[in-house]
Design a protein around this ligand. Structure first.
Ligand code: S3P
Length: 171
């Protein structure tokens, strides 16, 4: 069984995933990092050089591979939910958790980060609002949703560990 974290950029997937994996003594896998390692460049460089559709194909391949793992906390990129085949793979052996946050909080968390090509413009807040809206429907598919806007990482992890769907499977 795996625990899969999805959700928009800046909702805390990496921070929560790392701490959760540590507490469970499971491996932590960041899907974007596995792609970066495979192609030998950053996500931004990959978008610039080969475009988003190519990145999405690599993302689907990476998800197929990591879904075969056991006892892994898997953090996916914010757009992983967009392809139904990705979700089907992840759900096969995983509890899928969606982390959410308000657009303002997301902006606050990502504003100093330069490796988010979809939010690279001068004024990312309207773009965040627009993308969130267009993805709302996809995020609804997840087994569990946690709003991280006002929660420290430790608290999100505690909530996850006591969530019945997860607690019953990690014993
Ligand atoms: C994306 C989110 C990013 C990364 C890529 C595309 C998206 O991951 O996969 O820039 O479409 O939301 P994070 O959610 O980890 O930032």
């Amino acid at each position: 069984m795996n625990i899969v974290l999805v959700g928009f950029m800046g909702t805390g997937k990496s921070a929560v995933g790392k701490l959760l994996a540590k507490k469970l003594d499971w491996q932590f896998i960041d899907v974007d990092q596995t792609i970066e390692q495979e192609v030998g460049m950053s996500i931004s460089a990959l978008f610039a050089q080969s475009g988003e559709p190519y990145f999405r194909d690599l993302e689907t391949k990476a998800i197929q591979l990591v879904s075969l793992l056991e006892k892994a906390v898997i953090s996916c990129g914010g757009g992983a939910v967009l392809r139904v085949e990705n979700m089907e793979e992840l759900e096969r052996n995983g509890v899928v958790v969606c982390l959410t946050a308000t657009p303002e909080k997301i902006y606050e968390r990502i504003k100093h980060n330069t490796d988010r090509p979809l939010l690279a413009g001068k004024n990312p807040l309207p773009k965040i609002v627009e993308l969130l809206k267009s993805r709302e429907h996809y995020y609804k598919r997840c087994h569990i949703t946690i709003d991280t806007t006002h929660l420290p990482v430790e608290e999100v992890v505690s909530l996850l560990l006591t969530e019945p769907l997860i607690a019953s499977k990690i014993k």
